[in-house]
Design a protein around this ligand. Structure first.
Ligand SMILES: [Zn+2]
Length: 156
C-alpha cells in the first residue's frame, strides 16, 4: 500500500496497534481511497539502512498489520484532485513518449547518414584502387617514364 505520513492533529488520540504501541497516521495515495486518512502500526518490521532513510526511498513494512480508517470515504475535492493528477500524468507520459520517438528517429537518420557515407567512401576507395593499379601497370610497361619526368598517363 502506498501512503503518506501526516502529523496527527491535536485532540486526536491514536489507537493502539497489535504491538501495544500508539499508531501513526497515514494517508492513502491510491485511487480508490485517495487521501483517506488511517491509523497503522508505527513500528518497523526491520531497521532500514541509514542511507535509504536519508534519501527517503525505502520504508520497511509495519511490524503488525493493524489498520483502521479515520476518513470513511474519499472527499469529492480529493477525487477531482486525483483525476487531475492522473490526467496530468497521462499528458507528461505522452510528452515523454513523443520525445523518445523523436530521438529514435533522429538517431536512425544519423545512423543512415553514416551508413551512406561509409558506402560512398567504400565506392571511392574501389575507384582509387583501380586507378592506382592502372597507373602501376602503365609504369611497368614504360619504366623510363618516371626518369624522363613523364608521369604515366591514365585515362579516367
Ligand atoms: Zn504494531
Amino acid at each position: 500500500m502506498c501512503y503518506t505520513h501526516i502529523p496527527i492533529p491535536a485532540g486526536l488520540v491514536p489507537p493502539m496497534c497489535f504491538c501495544g504501541d500508539p499508531c501513526k497516521m497515514e494517508m492513502s495515495d491510491e485511487e480508490e481511497t485517495f487521501r483517506r486518512r488511517y491509523w497503522m502500526c508505527a513500528n518497523w518490521a526491520f531497521d532500514p539502512l541509514e542511507k535509504a532513510v536519508m534519501i527517503g526511498t525505502i520504508e520497511p513494512p509495519p511490524l503488525c498489520d493493524f489498520e483502521e480508517w479515520i476518513d470513511m470515504e474519499v472527499k469529492e475535492k480529493n477525487r477531482e484532485w486525483f483525476n487531475e493528477l492522473r490526467d496530468w500524468n497521462v499528458k507528461i507520459n505522452a510528452g515523454i513518449a513523443a520525445r523518445k520517438k523523436e530521438e529514435e528517429q533522429r538517431n536512425e537518420r544519423i545512423a543512415e547518414e553514416k551508413r551512406r557515407a561509409a558506402a560512398k567512401r567504400k565506392a571511392e576507395r574501389k575507384v582509387k584502387l583501380a586507378r592506382a593499379r592502372r597507373a602501376k601497370a602503365a609504369l611497368q610497361e614504360n619504366p623510363d617514364a618516371l626518369r624522363k619526368g613523364k608521369w604515366p598517363h591514365c585515362t579516367q
